[in-house]
Design a protein around this ligand. Structure first.
Ligand code: ATR
Length: 270
């Protein structure tokens, strides 16, 4: 049986082991998928150990996504652009690093929310690792523009500089400089973890705006509540979570699972 796992620290909270076995059952694939707790100073050794045990791949979560870039012997273009890896494949003696987080968000917006990114004006809040992973997959959908707003403006400017010259307007600013409305607003800051929201003005939203928080929880985040109060349709990050898993599963197994069953199961479970 082909073995996979998700590596993190902590790892008990990870929902991936609730997702991949359902995908496997649905597509008739035989595999096991478990949680793997790596010591904070032992990520590389843990990966080597998994390879030695014959594992076929692993997902990578907090806090190892950046370290996984170094552990990989080969990177996909989107992992390179993200500067982070969430999916490892152990094939032919190589450790291939990919990143399916951004593609997962795109899939959730386009397929599940039914909102195309092409031609749209996008506001991306945050300029950390999560925001960086979103840039290339978003640009590939050919939006009209992407404005990156961040508390620390210099970080947003540095991020944007990496993605200039693709024929799409990309710009950086601070939260106070945001004027809208935007078609799509993505909260890729980690503010929801602290039950806070980035200081985005109400003018960013209008009726028809899609506001997506990449975090998920039992309750809508302060960002989602604020966006909804100002007319936006809202989504949390549960769809992105399930879609990034589906993308990883597809990389590993060569078959694409349907995501609605798992999504509904996780949503109603709470
Ligand atoms: P992640 O991997 O989740 O992206 P990160 O790389 O540490 O984590 O980036 C966190 C992002 O959330 C940054 O854009 C950070 O803003 P700064 O660059 O100014 O630090 C943003 N962030 C965190 N808490 C925030 C808050 N309460 N309000 C606004 N932005 C916040």
């Amino acid at each position: 049986i082909d073995q996979y796992c998700v590596i993190g620290n902590p790892i008990a909270h990870s929902k991936s082991p609730e997702i991949h076995p359902v995908f496997a059952a649905q597509t008739g694939q035989h595999l096991s998928y478990v949680r793997c707790l790596a010591p904070l100073d032992g990520f590389a050794a843990t990966v080597r150990d998994l390879v030695a045990q014959g594992y076929k791949g692993a997902n990578v979560t907090v806090p190892f996504k950046i370290e996984a870039v170094k552990v990989a012997t080969r990177l996909t273009e989107r992992a390179q652009a993200a500067g982070a890896v969430n999916t490892l494949s152990f094939v032919d003696g190589e450790i291939v690093g990919d990143n399916t987080d951004g593609p997962g968000l795109v899939a959730d917006i386009v397929r599940n929310a039914g909102v195309a990114l092409a031609g749209k004006r996008i506001l991306l809040l945050g300029a950390g690792g999560a925001a960086r992973g979103i840039m290339l997959p978003f640009l590939m959908e050919r939006p009209a523009s992407i404005l990156v707003a961040n508390r620390t403006v210099a970080t947003a400017e540095a991020l944007v500089a990496n993605f200039a010259g693709q024929g799409i307007e990309v710009a950086a600013c601070g939260f106070a400089d945001i004027t809208g409305p935007y078609d799509i607003v993505v909260n890729a800051t980690s503010s929801s973890l602290a039950a806070e929201m980035p200081p985005v003005p109400a003018s960013a939203f209008a009726t028809g705006t899609l506001a997506v928080d990449i975090m998920y929880g039992n309750e809508p985040s302060p960002f989602m509540r604020f966006a909804a109060e100002h007319g936006a349709d809202t989504r949390d990050g549960l769809g992105m979570l399930v879609e990034q898993a589906a993308e990883a599963f597809t990389i590993w197994r060569g078959v694409r699972p349907a995501t609605v069953e798992v999504f509904n199961k996780l949503r109603t479970k709470k």
